[in-house]
Design a binder for this molecule. Sequence first.
Ligand code: UD1
Length: 445
Amino acid sequence: MTPRDFDTIAEESASSASIKAKSGMDRISIKGGRKLQGVIPISGAKNAALPLMVASLLTKETLTLTNLPELADIVTLAELLAQHGVSVDWDRANGAIAFKAGKINNTTAPYDLVRKMRASILVLGPILARKGLATVSLPGGCAIGTRPVDLHLKALEQLGAEIKLDKGYVHAKAPDGLHGAEITFPFVSVGATENIMMAAALADGESKLINAAREPEIIDLANCLTTMGAKIHGIGSDTLIIRGVKALGGGSHRVIPDRIEAGTYAMAVAATGGNVLLKGARMDHIGSLVEKLNEAGVKLSEADGGIQVSSPNGRLVGVDVMTEPFPGFPTDLQAQFMALMSLADGASMITESIFENRFMHVPELSRMGANINLHGGSAMVRGTTSLTGAPVMATDLRASVSLVIAGLAAEGETIVSRVYHLDRGYERVEEKLAECGAEIKRIGE
Ligand code: UD1
């Protein structure tokens, strides 16, 4: 696919109702105190969609993905794939994108695109497996911590790659192809598991990935690779056995619903005391959150192809949470849970064990009246009876949505700036909330 093809996508995105009006410096205004009532449709999962799109690099044939969310990160990755030579054909009427990497004509992923989104590092394994050569910019730091990629690189070396770091780029070579290996990850990494699973699918011989991540997004990728002809055993467990094949074929795959979006809206409902159906959400994907919300007093039940969430009339009870790899409590829901606990009756200890600097929302929530003390990797939240609206600043994707939750429950107006963080991961956020009765709107700079 030519870069021109991608231009078409970018233009289509720019003219779409949902992406068009969004400028990086937009702000969101929320007048709090409205209960949420109604139905919120849950979009396809961003974190499943990104590796699935990258999987298209593994085959000459067409991979069609449906239920892709329309988000800034999806457009950024489509742009990266297009510059590698992938044709990207967006069938908007059916919400599907067909990717065809007939030929990979550029094995370099440049800094300008990779720095926008860390998940770009996922192209390293697939391009290397297919072409024997790949150069990918190191992603660099981000707001929630240093987030190195050493696990990805070490595992690729175990598959036979020669890796050098030079001038901010990873240069990987495997002129005779990759070979199977037994790889034990020292700790669980979602991205490293995905990268290596894709590379091993085209390696010569069998690979065993021990201490692999088990997130629903990993299962979704493994299922899609299986459709494409990969031989993967142990899907859903922490040990994956992958028998490499010479070539993979195309296929069609529907992206799973976004469990983080579903969990976020469940907490928005809990914070406002409402009652909402999260259409399409899957209970088995958010078990750890459901457990904690039940403890706090929120009711969740399977209903009408989704999850019905209803909050009690009185205040919620403070409960403790520690983030862990799946099936533990997701780090991507920690900031939202903290916003909710700011209004609970009693104290809540929230411990972050995945990322070292994921408390950027604390000072912003405090400006709205939350009582939170940080002690290393833990936050002690002492619930208050009310929060007050304030101007606040989004610092990363999940931090920004925690401020939206706080704003929905607060007295008065909250203005969240730097909304571009939110646009990376939440499709039509203000529309979905407004349709359930929230007083929320996007305003210009
Ligand atoms: C993915 C998700 C992100 C989520 C995170 C943890 C996507 C696109 N992003 O990110 O939303 O918050 O999982 O559930 O799916 N680490 C290393 N070396 C490595 C790789 C990771 O030290 O080579 C560390 C990270 O800094 C972090 C921990 O391992 O402390 C887990 O990170 P990882 O699971 O790899 O997260 P991502 O795949 O980047």
